[in-house]
Write a protein of this length. Sequence first.
Length: 142
Amino acid sequence: MSKLMQQLEEMHARIVETSTHEEALIKALNDALTRLDDQLLQDVRAIASDHEARRTAILGELHGLASSIGMFQAPRVAARPDAHLGEVEYMPSAGDWRQAANNIGEEQEAGPATSQVYNLHTLAEDRRAMMPSVERKRRAAG
């Protein structure tokens, strides 16, 4: 019986030793996983801040582009007297990309000599056409 008790005590000592060793392994694994989680969190934060910086830069460029689109407005065309009453005509509020595309095509067909010529009289007419009627009346009166 003493031999059985001795074997039981040895088994108990081995179980305690094994459980202590496994506890140390689990703690080391937990520490390693915690370090990896922290590193992953830092990487995700860095990627998110880089993305936000790129997004802010792109948004700034888009705002700049949007503000420059209305800078070069085409003159408004008066309603045609021969237009039908039910017919709706496209009237751009700012620069008209369709007209700009047509102008590019016309300039390419005309050649470099005529595309670069733009006299001051035409420029003054364009500015008057773009000016609202209230502003024209104010300038004429003042």
